[in-house]
Design a protein around this ligand. Structure first.
Ligand SMILES: [Zn+2]
Length: 222
């Protein structure tokens, strides 16, 4: 474990640099500044509330060392509390509004732009942030001229059809993922399966990834 209070990728982590070091970075015109947008929200009875925010940090810690040294990419401090109003009513859920998330992203973009950066890459690990991030990135491009994009892990999970259709939160993938990186933070004796439907009767109306969706909140489903 790193003896420093910074992530393992601190040579790419902007908060670990001095102002002079940031000013002297030679590749700011082409290096994306990665902003992780996560969440602190209930993830069932068996997982800690930080799952989504932890996920981005572990991905960055594992992926960035694989980049060749000459490939430019820097990391901004993460936005760890996300727009999680769909998960209110459960102890441990913290949420900011869509306006606050938009304002945070705009503020970070405006300032890294002022330092000389031209690109923002979002690593979003929380579905509740997706819509807000999408329209805010467009606003950042239109008003600041920054190039904006998303980083998405391409993983074939090989999950059963029912899990693919209905297991979209605190699910098999998130549980397996946390078991892999922090098994002492998972209480499998508390894990429950609460599918809200069946593959054979799913129809077009489902909470997520469907032709017809509804504005669900967790309290409806769990
Ligand atoms: Zn999650």
């Amino acid at each position: 474990m790193s003896p420093y209070p910074f992530p393992s990728y601190r040579e790419r982590y902007l908060p670990a640099m001095t102002p002079r070091q940031i000013a002297a970075l030679p590749d700011k015109d082409r290096a994306p500044v990665i902003v992780a947008t996560g969440a602190i929200e209930q993830h069932g009875r068996h997982l800690p509330v930080a799952v989504d925010s932890l996920m981005a940090q572990v991905w960055l810690a594992r992926a960035l060392p694989l980049l060749p040294a000459g490939v430019p990419a820097y990391v901004a401090p993460p936005i760890v509390v996300g727009k999680s109003n769909e998960h209110t009513g459960f102890p441990g859920t913290l949420t900011i509004s869509k306006e606050t998330l938009r304002a945070l992203l705009l503020t970070i973009a405006r300032q890294v732009h002022a330092w000389g950066f031209k690109r923002i890459a979002i690593l979003n690990t929380h579905g509740g942030n997706t819509a807000v991030v999408t329209y805010t990135l467009r606003e950042i491009t239109a008003t600041l001229g920054l190039r904006c994009g998303w980083l998405r892990p391409k993983v074939e999970l090989g999950l059963p059809a029912r899990e693919n259709l209905f297991g979209y939160h605190a699910n098999t993938a998130e549980t397996a993922w946390l078991l892999a990186v922090a098994p002492d933070k998972v209480d499998m004796t508390e894990a429950v399966s609460e599918y809200c439907g069946d593959v054979t009767t799913a129809g077009d109306l489902r909470p997520e990834m469907a032709r017809s969706t509804l504005a669900w909140v967790t309290a409806d489903l769990s």
